[in-house]
Design a protein. Structure first.
Length: 353
């Protein structure tokens, strides 16, 4: 496994992605993958797809999912099929820019794309950018097509789970819910909040007002928190003690296990940003693209890509929660909604920025 940075500081948007990176699994790293964890074997036509995918030899995945999860998925996929996975990881805005440039020049490199921006996905589907997925795992009884498929073309591969966390040295009694962030002892820059730079993050603020209370975000602003570009930055600030608490972080189970003075909890329902995933039309590696898409919704794929996230299958031991336990917004947040909330956020949190 090797990770090479292609460009740094492209921006600080999105869920947790702060850099543009390419991840390639081709260094000899292997992991044992049980055949039964690769889903249904499929028919003769699917066997031909697998063989053609092996001849293509690689697949390129554009996504904003967690780096560790992507590394694990790439290693498992190559171990199972001998096919290298090249991963281009960034926030939705930057990925959309790169994909638009590829479409304009006709020099496509993307085979499979995952995005948390539902309006962008819907637009691309309407324009024929994606093709239907064909793998047998999508018809397996353990995969709920009604919940996790859009028009036989887009599927949820995982959902990033974001929740509240705290530094155990600075908040020794912990937090029992988002409401505890309103404690007067946490005023004056002790709490971290996320900048509303994408539709997925506006979804999160909708979640707070819907699940906690209609005026929670306004009350949170009165705590004079610090603003951060994403979950990764906030988890690092919690670990270092820069923050006492954060409103938007990945479940901190790994950091806690490693001895960091942090903890987190999962409310019910929990917030998650679904990664809507599809196979690109005219993909350079069309068979490998279909095979990788299929892999993502098998047990082996879910154990990797849904680590500390929402899984689309039950019984995924690495997942934070099944995806069906994740709150769903009753509106689709558009780019106009994002701009409107940015203005409102600046009004509420202006002194914190």
């Amino acid at each position: 496994m090797r990770i090479s940075s292609l460009r740094r500081s492209l921006g600080v948007l999105g869920l947790a992605a702060l850099t543009f990176t390419a991840v390639a699994c081709g260094s000899g790293s292997t992991t044992e993958v049980a055949a039964e964890d690769l889903g249904p074997t499929g028919d003769a036509a699917w066997t031909e797809v697998i063989e053609a995918a092996k001849q293509e030899g690689s697949v390129t995945y554009f996504t904003g999912q967690a780096t560790d999860n992507l590394q694990s998925a790439a290693t498992s996929f190559e171990s199972a099929y001998g096919i290298t996975v090249d991963i281009v990881r960034d926030n939705d805005a930057n990925l959309q820019t790169k994909l638009a440039a590829e479409s304009e020049t006709g020099r496509k490199t993307a085979d499979v794309v995952a995005s948390a921006a539902r309006p962008w996905i819907d637009q691309q589907v309407a324009e024929g950018y994606f093709v239907p997925v064909t793998g047998p795992a999508f018809d397996a009884p353990e995969f709920d097509r009604d919940k996790f498929m859009i028009d036989d073309t887009i599927f949820t591969s995982s959902a990033a789970v974001l929740t509240y966390g705290w530094n155990t040295n600075r908040v020794p009694d912990g937090l029992s819910g988002y409401e505890d962030l309103l404690d007067p002892s946490l005023t004056g820059g002790k709490i971290g909040v996320v900048l509303p730079v994408s539709a997925a993050i506006v979804d999160f603020y909708d979640y707070l007002n819907d699940v906690v209370s209609p005026d929670f975000v306004e009350k949170l602003a009165a705590q004079q928190p610090r603003t951060y570009p994403g979950a990764q930055a906030m988890s690092q600030a919690l670990t270092s003690g820069e923050l006492a608490a954060a409103v938007y972080t990945v479940p901190l189970t790994t950091e806690k296990k490693a001895g960091a003075p942090v903890d987190s909890a999962l409310p019910t329902p929990v917030f998650g940003a679904a990664f809507h995933t599809g196979v690109v039309a005219d993909a350079p590696h069309p068979n490998a693209a279909q095979l990788f898409a299929n892999f993502l919704v098998t047990k082996a794929g879910q154990e990797a890509v849904a680590n500390r996230a929402g899984a689309v299958l039950s019984g995924v031991t690495s997942a934070a929660t099944p995806a069906e336990n994740i709150w769903v917004n009753n509106r689709v947040v558009t780019s106009e909604d994002v701009e409107a909330f940015r203005v409102e956020f600046a009004r509420l949190f202006g002194a914190s920025q």
